[in-house]
Ligand binder design. Structure first.
Ligand code: NDP
Ligand code: 2IT
Length: 446
């Protein structure tokens, strides 16, 4: 079987040059699926794996806009519609200067399996642009979003493709995007998720990814008779996912001692309590400042240019970006006694780091399981939009918690069935894949 994986990957690399993140994401999934393929030779005959790694459709388009000085700016926009076997394409939009086709293909590919794990009927997709929102005025962000939607609106729709937020795309951007979609399509529909509460958004959607990642850690710890109570946690990032992870970890009795952004990390040994978190939320969501200002305000350590993984902790939550935990970080975490890693970000650990966690037999929740709460709650927003109803905070939170528990159970069942105890990576890939594979087989060659 490893011969199959090897030649499959060789072919994939040849066909997708300069897309290392996409290759990395596929390699992990294909390696995990070896025992499934052995039981299902029909998948090979139908070239299911060869098909699953090619997006159903990819759009790349020009996004011209005028900045505040009246000068012309231009960016590249993308939407990768990866797989619609189990529902409309669904997945976020990322605005960050590092965005390119390979990054969005990795994210779209991961999204297919993640969305399958949520138990909800959603296919997978991802999009975005190399536009950098940092340092831009609200007016410039609006101009960009409107121009981006002028092209994107042809491809999306509430039953076709439903984008949402990701890095650099939060409530403000979703508002501008939704307004322009509505104008162009002349329709008020649930075409985007992460909307404001007054115009079709769902309670708990902003909180959902951070909360879900924490619920998943709680479920993993439970299998070893442990909980988050009294645990020291490191969190990276300081955006949407990180902020609500801090809130929920603290609520469940943990103490969060770090946050970060691309300039470095803060280390607050006293813990980031509710008041300090409110400061972070205002700093990041309103003032759009840098995390160093936290260290200045609360007189704690700022680790310039550093990630937080050298800080001693019991539980770690990478919530910033891909490949932010390398093999040295993983070794440091394990050496310092970290028992559990729950990935709020997408693919934050390098393959070598993942190997370290698996060999050390610590609890390691891969992003496609551990951060699925965000898209799951987007699915709940879609349901509420279709029903033209809004559920209460408690109702959405309960459903989110239930979905995270269901994802954990699917992983545990796959571990039993495929004899891969403690390996949430293999288990999540297998459980996510099976539903997609069955749907693709049933729908024929499309
Ligand atoms: P935000 O834009 O709100 O925050 C991103 C945070 O990560 C910021 O603190 C940012 O710092 C930091 N960051 C981003 N890129 C880098 C980089 N290259 N190096 C170092 N730090 C970086 O995004 P989210 O919180 O929404 O997303 C965080 C992660 O979670 C991403 O991997 C995303 O794909 C994933 N995710 C998000 C979901 C959601 O619902 N939003 C759902 C599931 C996963 P700086 O400001 O300096 O750039
Ligand atoms: O990576 C992700 O799951 C997201 N950015 C959320 C996608 C969504 O459609 O809510």
């Amino acid at each position: 079987m490893s011969e199959f994986v090897q030649s499959f990957m060789q072919n994939l690399k040849a066909k997708n040059p300069s897309q290392p993140e996409f290759i990395q994401a596929v390699q992990e999934v294909i390696e995990s699926l070896a025992p499934v393929i052995e039981r299902h030779p029909e998948y090979i005959e139908c070239k299911l794996l060869e098909r699953i790694v090619i997006p159903e459709r990819t759009m790349i388009f020009r996004v011209p806009w005028l900045d505040d000085a009246g000068k012309v700016q231009v960016n590249t926009g993308y939407r990768v519609e990866f797989n619609s076997a189990i529902g409309p394409f669904k997945g976020g939009l990322r605005f960050h200067p590092t965005v390119n086709l390979g990054i969005l293909k990795f994210l779209g590919f991961e999204q297919v399996f993640k969305n399958s794990l949520t138990t909800l009927p959603m296919g997978g997709g991802k999009g975005g642009s190399d536009f950098d929102p940092k340092g831009k005025s609200d007016n410039e962000v609006m101009k960009f979003c409107q121009s981006f939607m002028n092209e994107l609106f042809r491809y999306i729709g509430p039953d076709t493709d439903v984008p949402a937020g990701d890095i650099g795309v939060g409530g403000r951007e979703i508002g501008f995007l939704f307004g322009q979609y509505k104008k162009l399509a002349n329709e008020f529909t649930g075409v985007l998720t992460g909307k404001g509460l007054a115009w079709g958004g769902s309670l708990i959607r902003p909180e959902a990814t951070g909360y879900g990642t924490t619920y998943f850690a709680r479920e993993m710890l439970k299998t070893r008779g442990e909980s988050l109570k009294g645990k020291v946690a490191t969190v990276s990032g300081s955006g949407n996912v990180a902020q609500y992870a801090v809130q929920k970890i603290t609520e469940l009795g943990g103490k969060v001692v770090t946050l970060s952004d691309s300039d470095g990390s803060i280390y607050d040994s006293k813990g980031i309590d509710a008041e300090k978190l409110a400061f972070v939320m205002n700093l990041k969501n309103v003032k759009r400042g840098r995390i160093k200002e936290y260290a200045d305000k609360y007189s704690c350590e700022f680790l310039a240019g550093k990630r937080p993984w050298g800080v001693k902790c019991d539980v770690a939550f990478p919530c910033a970006t891909q490949n932010e935990v390398d093999v040295n970080d993983a070794n440091a975490l394990v050496k310092n006694g970290c028992k559990c890693v729950s990935e709020g970000a997408n693919m934050p650990s390098t393959p070598e780091a993942v190997d370290v966690f698996l060999k050390a037999k610590i609890l390691f929740g891969p992003g496609k399981a551990a951060n699925a709460g965000g898209v799951a709650t987007s699915g709940l927003e879609m349901s509420q939009n279709s029903l033209r109803l809004s559920w209460t905070r408690e109702e959405v939170d309960q459903r989110l918690d239930g979905i995270m528990c269901a994802i954990h159970t699917q992983c545990a069942n796959a571990m039993d069935e495929y004899k891969c105890k403690d390996n949430y990576v293999m288990a999540a890939n297998i459980a996510g894949f099976k539903k997609i594979a069955d749907a693709m087989m049933a729908q024929g060659l499309v």
